[in-house]
Design a protein around this ligand. Structure first.
Ligand code: ZN
Length: 513
């Protein structure tokens, strides 16, 4: 919409319709955008800010075409604390779609430990020096919930799956406070440049909170953060963390993992993998353990419990656990989030509404992974994957997110994927019966995201009294052609009424008198 908006101390004081373009009067000046349309700022309701900061400052392998290409890129990046680090490889995109091995890394890094995370964050590719640093040898047993891939002679190949990654990752040099502050600042600035004014930040480690708090307190965080601290190994309990409110940073909930991801066959399925019948994936948490964790979360006064569940078996386990948590004292009020909800058995779709569970979905995972999902799931189960329409039609509460840095931090890409479901590199809508309307897709990235954290009474709409979290774009994405959604450009982003991003060609027309 075109509007003339007056902001006072972070809130919208008045909104008037305008003829053509948008003007925002703030405490720090008046900003005019001829032809600009204003929308509520976007929420990315499942993402990883620290990971995005790392991605923006670490060697990226996302566009690499082979293992050799990855290693070549890693030689050009700086060492971090004596380690070569990279992220984003995806063997499905390579000429030879097989897991890489330590040998390729060893050829270039014979002594320097080298580690590279897979794009989904569920596999780590390491060299011999990294295996040595972690003390992994031929007799090291697989940790619970993890796998050390081995060759025919029992030697580690250099691929560590899920919890086996911890063996090496705990040896990585720690970040200084200064480095962590930089990572968060860079990530939050990047979000603002994409129109994002609030992030639900998942798997926050207690050690990151000091720098994050400091940024929030001095007003240097460009986007609001609802933090979900790690709880898989009782991290929040061991660190003595408790929930805390705040305008820019709120410690809102605790995050657990019930299974792994589909790409690395860690997603926990009710029936074996179509392309690997010897496995049904990894069950990382039992129902009992989730209920126990829920009890601790309620006792400590957290607002929310978020549990990652991708496979249909994990989704069912988590819903069973949530049903029991709802019966605990205080359990009725807890916000329950099922992260990803990628693969939902038909018998479980209706339970989201019954149990008031938020389905926290990632539309761009669908458009990135559809071909891989077809292989893993096979034809019969395919209609159960990424079933947004079915969930909404069953009255589930749904919210949209990117899971950045796994996917780019880009709400336009998410809204496009919700509306069109066209896998990358193709032209046909995939399982088109599960698409959302434009209005639903935009809400999923605005007001429905705020509903999860119960701030939708003051965020996610452009109305008097609402927080002035606003994004100005170059055309009307509520009515534009489908093909133009992704071409929508961000002209400016305001969080709490303060300009956090402005496209370089946009100029402030009237500074404060
Ligand atoms: Zn995630």
């Amino acid at each position: 919409m075109y509007a003339d908006i007056v902001v006072e101390r972070g809130r919208i004081r008045s909104v008037q319709p305008a003829e053509h373009g948008t003007t925002i009067h703030t405490d720090n000046g008046v900003f005019t955008f001829p032809g600009g349309h204003v929308l509520p700022g976007f929420v990315d309701s499942h993402a990883h800010l620290f990971g995005l900061g790392l991605r923006l400052t670490t060697t990226s392998l996302h566009t690499a075409t082979s293992a050799a290409d990855c290693v070549q890129r890693m030689t050009q990046g700086p060492l971090q604390g004596g380690w070569a680090r990279a992220m984003g490889w995806n063997q499905e995109l390579w000429d030879v779609a097989a897991f890489p091995t330590k040998d390729t890394l060893d050829a270039v890094f014979p002594h320097t430990p080298a580690v590279a995370r897979r794009v989904d964050g569920h596999a780590l590719w390491v060299n011999s020096a990294a295996l040595r640093a972690a003390g992994i040898n031929d007799t090291t047993p697989d940790p619970v919930g993890g796998t050390i891939l081995r060759d025919g002679d029992g030697h580690a190949t250099g691929i560590l799956i899920d919890h086996a990654m911890d063996l090496v990752e705990r040896c990585l040099p720690a970040f200084t406070d200064e480095a962590m502050t930089d990572l968060y600042r860079i990530a939050a600035d990047h979000c603002a440049s994409k129109g994002i004014t609030e992030v639900h930040d998942m798997d926050v480690a207690p050690a990151w909170l000091g720098p994050l708090r400091a940024l929030a307190e001095r007003g240097a965080l460009a986007t609001r953060v609802q933090a979900y601290v790690g709880g898989q190994h009782d991290e929040w309990i061991n660190a003595g963390l408790l929930p805390a409110g705040g305008e820019f940073l709120r410690l809102h909930g605790v995050k657990l993992y019930a299974d792994g991801a589909l790409g690395s066959r860690g997603a926990y399925l009710l029936a074996p993998y179509h392309d690997e019948p010897s496995t049904s994936g990894l069950e990382l948490l039992t129902k009992h353990r989730i209920v126990q964790a829920g009890r601790a979360v309620i006792d400590a006064g957290w607002w929310a419990l978020a549990v990652h569940a991708i496979g249909d078996a994990a989704v069912r386990t988590v819903l069973d656990a949530f049903a029991q948590i709802r019966t605990l004292p205080g359990g009725a009020e807890l916000t329950l989030r099922l992260e990803h909800a990628q693969h939902v058995h038909p018998d479980d779709v209706h339970r989201f509404a019954e149990l008031r569970v938020h389905a926290m979905v990632q539309p761009t995972h669908c458009t990135s992974d559809a071909p891989m999902a077809e292989q893993r799931l096979g034809p019969e189960r395919l209609p159960w994957a990424y079933r947004w329409r079915s969930l909404l039609d069953a009255n589930a509460m749904l919210a949209g997110s990117s899971d950045f840095p796994i996917e780019p931090a880009d709400p336009m890409a998410g809204i496009d994927a919700f509306c069109r479901r066209i896998p990358n590199g193709t032209t046909q809508s995939w399982q088109p019966q599960e698409r959302l309307t434009r209005d639903e897709a935009i809400k999923a990235f605005t007001s429905w995201g705020h509903r999860v954290t119960e701030v939708d009474h003051r965020r996610g709409r452009i109305a008097e009294g609402f927080d002035a979290d606003l994004v100005v774009v170059d055309h009307d994405m509520t009515t534009c052609a489908d093909d133009d959604i992704r071409a929508t450009a961000i002209l400016a982003t305001f969080t709490a009424g303060t300009l956090r991003y402005q496209r370089p060609d946009q100029h402030e027309t009237r500074p404060t008198a």
